[in-house]
Design a protein around this ligand. Structure first.
Ligand SMILES: [Zn+2]
Length: 163
């Protein structure tokens, strides 16, 4: 397959962010982390199971006119540890960063414990310590296993609302 064919799979963007080398199958979870469900009018392109020299198969997410917050990058590192984040300005990559594994993540994830203070009607931002294989709620100690993290992404992106 030529490079042109590869490019056509996911069109170029003018200004925004390209999240590349996303673990295959995680693209929709990446959108959930970004709080994007289409209702906000963002222009988004997704490539799923795109051939990759590095990963075999990968997903790619391109979001027009949007950059990622540190919280978003932190949670992204949990579900797509090999991801690279490319900041695009006027069709050029002006910055390229690998996601880094962090020690904690705040916001975005929701604690599965319904009795947790973060699920009460309080303006408490969720916080989780990152473990070897999962995360642990900093408030109630509930552990979410690595493979289950994606199920606990707050669709609204704030990490403040109850399930
Ligand atoms: Zn909790």
């Amino acid at each position: 397959m030529s490079d042109t064919d590869k490019e056509l799979r996911v069109s170029k963007i003018r200004d925004g962010t390209v999240i590349d080398h996303v673990t295959a199958g995680q693209a929709l979870n990446v959108l959930a982390i970004l709080g994007i469900d289409g209702s906000g009018g963002e222009s988004v392109s997704i490539g799923m199971n795109v051939p990759s020299d590095k990963l075999g198969l990968k997903d790619v997410v391109k979001v027009e006119g949007r950059e990622l917050s540190q919280s978003e990058v932190d949670v992204l590192s949990l579900i797509a540890p090999e991801a690279t984040i490319n900041i695009i300005r006027d069709f050029d990559v002006i910055e390229k960063n690998r996601v880094e594994r962090t020690e904690s993540v705040t916001g975005i994830l929701v604690c599965p414990n319904h009795n947790c203070i973060t699920n009460a009607d309080e303006p408490v931002r969720t916080a989780f310590a990152v473990l070897e294989d999962g995360v642990r709620c900093s408030y109630c100690g509930t552990i979410v296993r690595g493979g289950d993290v994606a199920e606990h992404i707050d669709a609204h992106g704030s990490g403040e609302t109850a399930l």
